[in-house]
Design a protein around this ligand. Structure first.
Ligand code: FAD
Ligand code: SIN
Length: 536
């Protein structure tokens, strides 16, 4: 039995024949900062199963460079951090959420430290707080220029040491199991969709399994790979957004895609290597290829203006001058300090013949962060019953139309805490749904179809990067929508005919997310934050 979907709709694949079933109190999809910190909190209250589609440490978290924003001591204050976040969000932040996240920042940082995460200190033994765009104070805790790697290391060590936490790597979550899989029609506007767990593909055995759960956490990160140039690792294919959308859950603010102003210009490298904003916080200055500073023309905060402004300014300079990149100049900075703070960036640049203490660094914007996502309340609860979402895949209201640098790691730990407290109580009242049909394993893949997948991905990248990037227009969005519809229909048909593979599922999810971004962008009839249209 195959179920075909509407043109941009839901296509469910399932059938009755016995496959592996697992059961868990707390199911978590994703092993980045959101999934792991939540796991450590719920583990004392039931068994925890984490599914992660690649190796267990592969995540956006692992590549975070600049650090995690938090208020540690004077002259900083919660009010200043709140104000910076609200300004950056361009009027669309939920102020109550902003206040909650920021006033809990110090406590959550102490918890990360207690779990073993190490942040750099200065000679007097105080935390060495860095500065990034849009921050009015130094408040970024960091571990050199690989803060995410350090956090991921510490959290994984804690998770391994806990007897109640099991991590299954190379398990690809395909779809959330809901009443739809019981053959029931649910009008999501009037009735509650419920989550019973997920179908997941064990990518080593090729078998699809049913994972039943009392509560499920979506912690699948972002969707940078919708675009051609992105700083995100290969796992960032928007699977969580697409799964929730297919299950008729609510998403919000998906038009707000943050482009990081300074990815390293190195044609052919995918993903793009990030040159952290903390380098501009340390004094690095953006210049055109002929050596002229340009940021003051666009904003009085110069190279340290919020990201949307800097990325648009660079985009404009590149387009009007016909250049492929601009330069980041760090040659005037204290050499010892520069190398102490940014050893990994120096290592990467040296491998390309660029010495950051002597040479200009070529940079350009790249897709970096999905500000919108699965709509959640203050407890991290999505619109689907027993389904939580935390981290980059969630939309809490903190970021509004533009995320303040280094607020995302913070948001993840604060919401993991809230969601854990709620799920611990909720799980007690939920029974497993035992009568869900197993996955439909019909279909055959062929090498010819791999070519189709690769080409469709290339087309998606071209559509999204050219028409739905930093600068948009009604005409470009309409063009993108029409072209994506063709890709969508072709991919759904391919999905129906073939066995599931991670590559095909990722393509399908990316196309779905691209469609959602365009749809939300078309509905927003103004220029605000990261959504900039020449028509408004
Ligand atoms: P992730 O860390 O991305 O984890 C997602 C997990 O879900 C992964 O384990 C993935 O394999 C798994 N997954 C996804 N889909 C599936 C599926 N279908 N089935 C099973 N598993 C799945 N933010 C800051 O605050 N400060 C910074 O300095 C900073 N620097 C950054 C630098 C770079 C280069 C990048 C890319 C991002 C940076 N960010 C930074 C953003 C921040 O790193 C992320 O927003 C954050 O780490 C997201 O954490 P997460 O736990 O939500 O998701
Ligand atoms: C960076 O280090 O520039 C990235 C920080 C972030 O994305 O918050």
């Amino acid at each position: 039995m195959k179920r075909r979907g509407t043109p941009i709709g839901t296509s469910l694949r399932f059938l009755n024949f016995a496959v592996v079933k697992k059961k868990t109190d707390f199911l978590i999809i994703g092993s980045g900062i959101a999934g792991l910190s939540y796991a450590l909190k719920v583990a004392a209250h039931g068994n925890v199963l984490i599914l992660t589609k690649a190796s267990e440490d592969e995540s956006n978290t692992k590549y975070a460079q600049g650090g995690i924003a938090a208020v540690m001591h004077e002259p900083d204050s919660y009010e200043k951090h709140i104000k910076d976040t609200l300004i950056c969000g361009d009027g669309l932040c939920d102020e109550e959420v902003v206040r909650m996240v920021i006033t809990e920042s110090t406590e959550r940082i102490q918890e990360l430290i207690a779990w073993g995460a190490r942040f750099d200190k200065n000679a007097s033994g105080e935390y060495d707080l860095g500065r990034e765009g849009g921050h009015s104070e130094n408040r970024i805790l960091h571990h050199k220029d690989n803060t995410g790697f350090e956090i991921e290391r510490a959290l994984l060590a804690q998770a391994h040491a806990h007897p109640g936490i099991e991590i299954l790597d190379h398990y690809f979550a395909l779809d959330i199991m809901t009443q739809h899989h019981l053959g029931q029609y649910v009008n999501s506007k009037t009735e509650g969709v419920e989550c019973y767990g997920v179908y997941a593909l064990n990518t080593i055995t090729g078998k699809t399994e049913q994972i039943l759960a009392r509560t499920t956490l979506m912690a699948t990160g972002g969707a940078g790979h919708v675009y051609e140039a992105t700083t995100n690792p290969m796992i960032a294919t928007g699977d969580g957004f697409a799964m929730v959308y297919r299950a008729k859950g609510k998403l919000e603010n998906m038009e707000f895609i943050q482009f990081h102003p300074t990815a390293l210009y190195n044609p052919g490298e995918r993903p793009s290597f990030l040159i952290t904003e903390a380098m501009r916080g340390f004094g690095g200055i953006l210049k055109t290829i002929d050596g002229k500073e340009f940021m003051q023309k666009y904003d009085r905060r110069g190279s340290l203006a919020p990201r949307d402004i800097v990325a648009r300014a660079i985009d404009n300079e590149m387009k009007t001058r016909g250049d492929d990149y601009v330069h980041l100049d760090c040659r005037h900075l204290d050499k010892k300090g520069l190398l102490e703070h940014f050893p990994n960036i120096q290592k990467k640049c040296l491998s390309l013949g660029i010495d950051i203490t002597k040479d200009l660094i070529p940079v350009l914007p790249a897709a970096h962060y999905t500000c919108g996502g699965i709509k959640v309340d203050a407890q991290g609860r999505s619109s689907i019953k027993n389904l939580y979402a935390v981290g980059e895949c969630a939309c809490t209201g903190l970021h509004g139309a533009n995320r303040l640098a280094s607020n995302s790691l913070l948001e993840a730990v604060v919401y993991a805490h809230h969601a854990a407290l709620d799920a611990i109580g909720a799980a007690k009242a939920v029974n497993y749904c035992e009568n869900i049909p197993d996955w439909n394993a019909e279909g055959t893949a062929s090498p010819e179809e791999m070519v189709l997948i690769n080409e469709s991905l290339r087309e998606l990248h071209s559509i999204m990067s050219n028409y739905v990037g930093i600068v948009r227009s009604n005409l470009r969005l309409k063009r993108a929508f029409d072209r994506l519809l063709i890709l969508h229909n072709e991919t759904e048909s391919l999905y129906e005919r073939t066995t599931v593979s991670p590559r095909l599922c990722e393509l399908r999810n990316l196309i779905k997310v691209g469609y959602i971004i365009i749809k939300y962008a078309m509905l927003r009839k103004e220029s605000v934050g990261l959504h900039y249209s020449i028509d408004y």
